[in-house]
Write a protein that binds this ligand. Structure first.
Ligand code: GUN
Length: 280
């Protein structure tokens, strides 16, 4: 059994991106730029945003930070995005989710031009992904595919099961696996015989947000188990997979923390450098 080291892999990718961002700066006499927009005071979001800004600086990417108060209006939020959309120094725009409830998140995100949509949430990018075309892909599922690649896990022809159908993880994850020629099943809260379906998976991706939901009985001997969950249980961070019980059955498994999590930020930097290169 191999424990997939997301922290180490993410550090390698970030070092590669630093070289690419440096080459961009050399060639175009400006830094790659990422605008990070935080609206409101969600404590988890504040931590995520801080980490993203720090990661940019480490990689030689210029970050533009914007914090709007919780009471910000729809018009103020949209006006900010529109000004970033036309700012030539800004290659990528990230609006940290969730937004305060009175705001229409879809309408705000729709103001981000597809070429600056480093989260891959836009209709254009989701559509391009669904058509197996050139797309910017959501950072977390992209991080999962990159881990499979770097650990040389074969995907083509394999039976992949994705637990969860969220717009941010489950759906794009299923499309990426399909584009990589896996046979893909998506399970969700209404799925019947979920355990039996999981048990057929060569590659099982858990993204449902339920602590230790995946037990040893649900996993085939030799399966690759990817845990996207980040849950707090009794003050401790834990994934959607019962790691201790499942690890002896798996051929590869990601831990929480230190698995998929660190890859998300690395893929954000990747999408930002890529957006800059494509824009130039
Ligand atoms: N909130 C939780 N995950 C994400 C993400 O990947 N991108 C953004 N913008 N917000 C998030």
């Amino acid at each position: 059994m191999t424990i997939i080291d997301g922290k180490k892999t993410a550090a390698e990718i970030r070092a590669e991106l630093k070289v690419r961002a440096g080459a961009f700066e050399e060639k175009y006499h400006r830094k790659v730029g990422l605008a990070v927009v935080l609206i409101g005071e969600d404590p988890a979001s504040e931590v995520y945003v801080r980490n993203k800004v720090k990661a940019c600086e480490d990689a030689g990417i210029r970050s533009f930070s914007y914090a709007l108060p919780t009471q910000a209006t729809q018009e103020e939020a949209e006006a900010l995005i529109l000004s970033l959309a036309t700012n030539e120094e800004v290659d990528g725009i990230l609006v940290q989710l969730p937004l305060p409830r009175h705001l229409n998140a879809d309408a705000i995100l729709a103001k981000i031009p597809a070429e600056k949509d480093v989260d891959g949430f836009s209709k254009e990018n989701i559509g391009a992904l669904a058509l197996n075309g050139v797309a910017t892909v959501a950072c977390t599922p992209l991080g999962v595919i990159e881990l499979l690649k770097r650990y040389q896990v074969p995907v083509s022809g394999k039976r992949a099961v994705v637990l969860g159908r969220s717009n941010i993880v489950g759906r794009p994850m299923a499309l990426l696996l399909l584009n990589a020629d896996a046979t893909v099943t998506v399970c969700h809260s209404k799925t019947e015989n979920l355990s039996e379906i999981c048990k057929e998976a060569d590659i099982l991706v858990a993204a449902i947000g339920k602590p230790k939901f995946v037990t040893a009985e649900m996993v085939k001997e030799g399966a690759v188990v990817i845990d996207v969950g980040i849950n707090r249980k009794e003050g401790k961070l834990c994934g959607d997979v019962d790691f201790e019980a499942v690890k002896d059955k798996a051929s590869f498994i990601t831990p929480v923390p230190g698995g998929v999590g660190p890859m998300t930020i690395a893929m954000l930097l990747n999408n930002t450098v890529q957006a800059a290169e494509r824009r130039q």
